[in-house]
Design a protein around this ligand. Structure first.
Ligand code: TYD
Length: 216
């Protein structure tokens, strides 16, 4: 389904490793924007729609998940995203809503492209096909050293780690390097924030950068 309508809302995505604090910061920005009278929708990937949540279960919690090829993984994330954009994100942007998304197409560029070693061109084409013209207006990458990220995952893991969380340290080093490289190549959209700072300091920086985009 082509996405032709011009949107009036803004799409802000949050990216980073597991344990980088992105979900906490996204919830905080949503609360602060709502308190300022803005209309906000928070959502996440993979998931965000009923179909997307079913796809999420296949990818993240599948007992046979370890047999999943990187190509299959890429296409499943893209399928969830294609549904998410058309069912939820684009209609809300058209209504003027500020959409905050916990992970979006950059996760595929980094996790499937860089960390799982899939070629950059098909990953980028599949990403584009999935999102249509619903590109983020602004993307925050919360950057923390891999050791910090892994320690935070262990700390919060109340139940068994999921399939992605069982990956080794090299995988997460690649994820981190992939995000930093991506940010360098897209300086007008992507902002890297040092996630080892206090929650307060990170929130302040996010608020300031978001205001710049929301004014335009
Ligand atoms: P989730 O439990 O949402 O992790 P987090 O709280 O860190 O966001 O699980 C999503 C996992 O899927 C996470 O390890 C990142 C991965 N992922 C990809 O590999 N590619 C993608 O395109 C997306 C959206 C997520």
């Amino acid at each position: 389904m082509p996405l032709k309508q011009k949107s009036t809302g803004k799409l802000i995505s949050f990216e980073g490793s597991e344990g980088s604090g992105k979900s906490t910061q996204m919830a905080r920005l949503a609360k602060d924007l709502q308190a300022a009278g803005r209309s906000v929708l928070t959502t996440r990937e993979p998931g965000g729609t009923e179909i997307g949540e079913q796809i999420r279960n296949i990818i993240v919690h599948n007992l046979k998940g370890d047999e999943m090829t990187p190509e299959t993984e890429l296409l499943l994330f893209a399928a969830s995203r294609a549904q998410h954009v058309r069912e939820l994100i684009a209609p809300n942007l058209t209504k003027g809503v500020i959409v905050l998304c916990d992970r979006y197409l950059d996760s595929s560029t980094v996790y499937q492209g860089v960390a799982r070693n899939l070629a950059a061109d098909p990953v980028s084409q599949i990403n584009r096909f999935a999102v249509g013209n619903a590109m983020p207006d602004l993307t925050f990458i919360l950057d923390v050293p891999t050791k910090v990220s892994l320690a935070r995952i262990k700390q919060r893991a109340s139940d068994l780690p999921d399939r992605m969380e069982r990956e080794n340290i090299e995988f997460y080093e690649k994820v981190r390097a992939g995000y930093l490289l991506l940010a360098k190549s897209l300086p007008s959209r992507v902002v890297v924030i040092d996630g080892t700072q206090s929650e307060e300091a990170v929130a302040k920086k996010i608020w300031a950068d978001a205001q710049k985009v929301l004014k335009t």
